[in-house]
Design a protein. Structure first.
Length: 181
């Protein structure tokens, strides 16, 4: 027969295991970390256009539309994306966008207007979906564009962004692949 001291020790161990095990299991389903410097891989990307349809050269910076290199910082509940773009005249500008990762709306300003985004994780925490509505003002005309980006890592050094956006000619899908520096 076990002493009360042994029973207390066993009960204590079971209590600790009951508290630690769920945390350990949740750790297995933790969220993907997209942090790093990412280089555009034109050969593995698909802009969703046929050759000759006003397609930009592979790898040309297109903020918010894939293409071009960028850097990601992921601190806690915030994803920060920094893109450095070179204009045709040679001037260089940097655009920074921040997204909260808890499903609440994020607002980012751009040269042409503002964008409102909602980022949500898949149930397994492996993919991040960012739904964005951009409002732009050009020549006194206001235009609204919507897009959905799905971020995923196929391995620790390969990031894939799958973008879908409605257009007057139907839905446009693009896949941009990046390799980690």
């Amino acid at each position: 027969m076990k002493t009360s001291k042994e029973r207390l020790m066993i009960l204590s161990l079971l209590l600790v295991a009951a508290m630690v095990l769920p945390s350990a299991l949740m750790g297995q389903g933790s969220k993907t970390n997209f942090a790093g410097s990412w280089l555009y891989d034109a050969a593995r990307s698909n802009t969703g256009q046929q050759q000759g349809q006003n397609q930009r050269p592979a790898g040309q910076n297109r903020p918010g539309m894939g293409g071009g290199d960028f850097t990601v910082k992921q601190d806690g509940n915030v994803l920060t994306v920094e893109r450095t773009m070179k204009a045709p005249d040679g001037t260089v500008s940097t655009m920074t966008s921040k997204y909260t990762l808890d499903g609440s709306e994020s607002v980012n300003s751009t040269r042409g207007g503002e964008s409102k985004s909602v980022a949500t994780w898949s149930s397994d925490g492996k993919t991040l979906t960012i739904k964005t509505t951009r409002t732009m003002n050009r020549g006194g005309e206001t235009r609204t564009m919507k897009s959905t980006e799905v971020w995923s890592l196929s391995d620790p050094k390969t990031l894939t962004l799958e973008m879908t956006m409605p257009t007057p000619n139907g839905e446009r899908k693009m896949t941009s692949v990046y390799t980690k520096k």
